[in-house]
Design a protein around this ligand. Structure first.
Ligand code: ZN
Length: 239
């Protein structure tokens, strides 16, 4: 049994509150970073990312500006992937997570040119040796009781306060000043975040709930692995 704990959006709260819990259990996690937001208010900066990487956690990409990718023109789609990959190069980023779980065939094909795997958000289930590495399913922690021997569950966390309200207001204002396609998609993703459509059921349980989930993973005897370790060992058939 394998479980990956993943964190989206690079929120500082993940570093300050969730990382100590991971350390208490000796678990390594995967952090999907939106690269244009590195060092912004409420977000992790370079020191935090370096600290995670040096301690064996995985750094993956969550695009450059967190757009709804299916709405992007080809050139912008490519930009979002290439820019974030370049920025995260020093951390050897190999895995990707679709913002808001939004993808189609065109998006998946583009992601394949830059990364080795990709995690979905709204597609719930477990992964096995036959799973598509670019359509990795995610799971809610209350599904863990059904996890079987060779299966792999990927949990998703954002942290309770995804983006500070004042920050969202500033972004909204800035986006409204521009009318390019890029800003329209950016705007819609901010609206989505403001409405909280990226807050999962597990997020809602807070840090206490997260501790419980870590204890469950340990008690189940499941292996806590990063997403790329899962791709190598569960999908790639490596031990
Ligand atoms: Zn996100």
């Amino acid at each position: 049994m394998n479980v990956s704990i993943t964190f989206d959006d690079g929120n500082m709260e993940q570093y300050e509150r969730y990382l100590p819990v991971l350390e208490m259990f000796g678990f390594k996690a995967t952090f999907y970073i939106t690269t244009s937001q590195i060092g912004m208010k409420g977000k992790m900066g370079w020191d935090e990312l370096r600290g995670l990487h040096d301690n064996g956690h995985e750094i993956g990409s969550h695009t450059h500006t967190h757009p709804h990718m299916t709405m992007l023109r080809p050139r912008l789609l490519e930009d979002e992937l290439a820019k974030s990959r370049k920025i995260l190069e020093k951390f050897g980023a190999r895995s990707f997570a679709y913002p808001a779980g939004d993808y189609d065939k065109r998006v998946v094909d583009a992601v394949k040119r830059h990364y080795e795997s990709a995690r979905t958000y709204t597609d719930k289930g477990f992964n096995t040796s036959g799973s598509d590495p670019f359509l990795l399913r995610s799971a809610d922690s209350d599904m863990l009781g059904r996890l079987r021997d060779r299966e792999w569950a990927i949990l998703v966390y954002h942290g309770p306060n995804t983006v500070p309200r004042a920050h969202l207001a500033a972004w909204l204002l800035r986006s409204k000043l521009h009318r390019s396609a890029r800003n329209r998609t950016f705007l819609s993703s901010i609206r989505g975040m403001a409405k909280g459509n990226e807050i999962s059921r597990d997020d809602a349980m807070g840090i206490r709930g997260f501790e419980e989930v870590c204890r469950t993973i340990k008690d189940m005897g499941a292996k806590a692995i990063t997403v790329s370790q899962g791709v190598d060992s569960v999908l790639g058939g490596k031990p």
